[in-house]
Design a protein around this ligand. Structure first.
Ligand SMILES: *Cc1c(COP(=O)(O)O)cnc(C)c1O
Length: 381
């Protein structure tokens, strides 16, 4: 400990020891600046909207007109016409009675689950659900039951054992580190059969799936009106920041009254709200970015000769040092492909995570695949 003092040497020693252990096991995380002249295959900007001038324009106009901050929480003076307009737009887009905007996907999931679940309730989670969903379940005090990834038979056997009156099934739609997704028709069938509510996290599906409105995987599977809550973020394909949840008036009103992450936090700034509204308009009316993304997904599928379900393509490696070395090698070749290590993914499932964007050219994708082939990491661990 140097510049800032620590109240006890013991405390300082413990933190340093924890860091040393992470370093020794190749798990230390560091904040590394992005490599500007690399081709980025790690971002979640699937449709390229983070660099779309239409969003930038909307954000600038709203900022100039309404300022840089909402300056208070939603329940005080943070509820502008702009944000109410966005919520109505989302409700229409999602075929829901109502919608509510949150400051981030992480905050939304923690706040929603904490608000809707209590001790005595039961929540059923896919084992690989995003950390924000797991954290929300744990904070809620409800009984957490985790079922094997995408295994609806396992989910059903857990539902059969349940005696709780309030049950929630909670899942990512597209899984953030695996790129796969559950059969939402079968999952919502189970929910109906066992009287369970459903929360579907569309963070990686919003804007990418759904033939008519690009509203997500719930639209694609035709289950929007069977799902209790559809949540998603503006921070991935929508190229912005923040999150939303859509559902019945009763559930949304409950969140307005109970969701601490909403009540005790300043609302998103006007520029962020305006960019989100513009992005939702674009994904419904401009088919171009989505068509280009799917063209890139199909090309990658063809080159890899393996089914690719989403813009997220995990390349299994299974060893922490090896995955870091591979990521470094790709970087030297000019491609930014992030190494994903435990605890973000389970032990011994370290992987490279390739994410595709509408902004990638066919040549960039061919180049990446050929470097991946040279490193020998394709075709399993
Ligand atoms: C990224 C992500 C979140 C968190 O969203 P942020 O807006 O980045 O906080 C939540 N759920 C899933 C499945 C995600 O991938």
């Amino acid at each position: 400990m140097s510049k800032f003092s620590s109240p006890t040497q013991q405390g300082a020693d413990r933190y340093q020891l924890e860091l040393d252990t992470l370093f020794a096991t190749s798990r230390l995380r560091q904040l590394v600046p992005d490599h500007a002249n690399c081709i980025n295959f790690s971002a979640n900007d699937y449709l390229g909207l983070a660099h779309d001038s239409r969003l930038a324009q909307a954000a600038m106009e709203a900022t100039q007109q309404f300022g840089t901050s909402a300056s208070s929480s939603r329940l005080i003076t943070g509820t502008s016409d702009l944000i109410l307009g966005l919520e109505q737009q989302i409700a229409r887009w999602k075929n829901a009675e109502a919608a509510l905007v949150f400051n981030s996907g992480y905050q939304a999931n923690v706040a929603i689950l904490q608000a809707l679940l209590s001790g005595g309730d039961e929540v059923f989670c896919d084992r690989l659900n995003h950390a924000s969903l797991i954290d929300g379940c744990q904070l809620s005090g409800a009984k957490l039951r985790r079922y094997r990834h995408l295994d609806l038979n396992h989910l059903e056997s857990l539902l059969q054992q349940s005696t709780a009156t309030i049950k929630w099934i909670v899942t990512d739609s597209v899984f953030s580190m695996d790129g796969d997704y559950p059969d939402l028709v079968a999952l919502t069938d189970l929910a109906i059969r066992y009287n369970a509510f459903t929360l579907i996290d569309e963070a990686h599906a919003t804007g990418i799936y759904g033939a008519k409105k690009s509203a997500g995987l719930c639209e694609q599977f035709g289950v929007s009106d069977r799902v209790s809550l559809q949540m998603g973020t503006f921070s991935k394909a929508l190229g912005g920041f923040g999150a939303y949840v859509a559902g019945s008036r009763t559930l949304i009103d409950t969140l307005i009254n109970q969701a601490r992450g909403l009540i005790y936090s300043t609302a998103l700034p006007p520029g962020v709200i305006a960019a989100a509204a513009k992005a939702i308009e674009i994904v419904q009316h401009d088919p171009e970015p989505k068509a280009k993304l799917w063209e890139n997904i199909r090309l990658t599928e063809e080159l890899l000769q393996t089914p690719v379900l989403s813009p997220i393509i995990p390349v299994p490696v299974g060893d922490t040092q090896r995955v870091l070395a591979l990521s470094e090698e790709l970087l030297k070749a000019g491609y930014r492909v992030h190494a994903i290590r435990p605890p973000t993914v389970p032990e011994k499932t370290d992987r490279l995570r390739v994410s595709l964007s509408a902004r990638h050219t066919a040549d960039e994708i061919r180049g990446l695949v050929s470097v991946l082939e040279k490193t020998g990491c394709l075709g399993g661990a």
